[in-house]
Design a protein around this ligand. Structure first.
Ligand code: NDP
Length: 315
């Protein structure tokens, strides 16, 4: 090992619930973890207001406060949390091999194990009004924010399984749900669509796109247009749920780690093992099904245990 290059036993990339939970477990196992936080320190929950579904907080907790708690808990056991973005990885294919990771295009560190918990990012349409009203009625997570729209009228944009699932979830809470579908059919699976069709308070508008979210500080409605007739109309709603897919944050691992066709890291069986020895993946970066803080935390725990066991086999 060179004198100048730092060697880390357990390097964790990403600081969402998966990364910090991995850090808590790795630190308690004396792996002296180092977390590189990424640009959005604390991950997706730092852009959420109230989190009501994380166990242990009967009164709910603010997203940023929850992430602070997780960070503090990881640090209490000796985790070193560093602000920095991993810009390049050179991952070893051999059992016991050392992985090289570059931070901010400048500093290189070496790691015996790497836990990838870089998360996924919800896709947005890119409208100015949509961005402005994020957190003020525009959301990309029905399970996170649906509760705030009890007995209200909302729209869901999208036509895949996520849109169908979010719409049926919201239909249990809201007065009405309108799904805006840009084509003349939904791409969602048959079972999901049947559920949508059988839910009385869900209406589907085909060939319909969002033109503008209306409202100054909070959502007061949407203007939509029919992409065949170009006819515009306004719908009075208080919530806009964007469900047009997520993008896993895996660009730097492209062609290095096995992913599915969308880019989600593939893990082996029930473990967090990737195709590379000593490299593990936890949280949304490897999960397009559940995407919850608590499931991310669960896989973070698993990744730390997998890393500890892997190191144990090398002795
Ligand atoms: P998908 O990529 O499957 O679907 C995205 C949808 O958003 C498409 O219907 C697409 O429309 C629409 N869309 C994209 N861009 C725009 C736009 N600019 N304006 C309007 N509509 C747009 O993403 P999902 O998140 O739905 O699903 C991702 C994966 O996760 C899938 O494999 C899915 O099966 C899986 N999943 C499974 C679940 C389950 O089994 N419980 C639950 C949720 C997801 P178009 O059709 O016109 O391209």
């Amino acid at each position: 090992m060179s004198d100048t290059i730092e060697r880390i036993k357990c390097l964790i990339i990403g600081s969402g619930p998966a990364g910090y939970t991995a850090a808590i477990y790795a630190a308690r196992a004396d792996l002296k973890p180092v977390v590189y936080t990424g640009l959005e320190m604390g991950g997706q929950l730092t852009t959420t207001t109230e989190v009501d579904n994380f166990p242990g907080y009967p009164e709910g907790i603010d997203g940023p406060a929850l992430m602070d708690d997780l960070k503090n808990q990881a640090e209490r056991f000796g985790t070193e949390v560093r602000f920095g973005i991993v810009t390049k990885v050179d991952l070893n294919k051999e059992i016991g091999g050392i992985h090289k990771v570059t931070i901010d295009e400048a500093v290189e560190v070496e790691a015996e194990t790497v836990i990838i918990s870089t998360g996924a990012t919800a896709k947005y349409l890119g409208l100015e009004s949509e961005q402005r009203l994020k957190g003020g009625g525009v959301s990309a997570c029905a399970t996170c924010d649906g509760f705030f729209y009890r007995n209200q009228d909302v729209v869901v944009i999208g036509a895949g399984d996520t849109a169908a699932e979010e719409a049926t979830y919201l239909a249990n809470i809201c007065k009405s749900v309108t799904i805006l579908v840009r084509k003349d059919y939904m791409r969602a699976s048959k079972a999901m669509q049947t559920r949508v069709d059988n839910t009385e308070n869900i209406k589907v508008m085909f060939n319909t796109e969002l033109d503008e979210v209306l409202g100054d500080k909070v959502v007061e409605g949407v203007r939509v247009f029919n992409n065949i007739t170009n006819e515009k109309q306004e719908l009075k709603v208080t919530g806009v749920f964007i469900a047009i897919g997520h993008k896993p944050n895996t660009e730097i691992f492209k062609n290095i780690i096995d992913t599915d066709e969308v880019g989600y890291i593939q893990t082996k069986g029930k473990s967090t093992k990737t195709n590379l020895p000593g490299v593990f993946a936890a949280g949304d970066v490897q999960d397009k099904e559940y995407r919850q803080a608590v499931t991310a935390a669960g896989t973070g725990c698993m990744a730390a245990l997998d890393a500890e066991r892997y190191l144990g086999t090398l002795i």
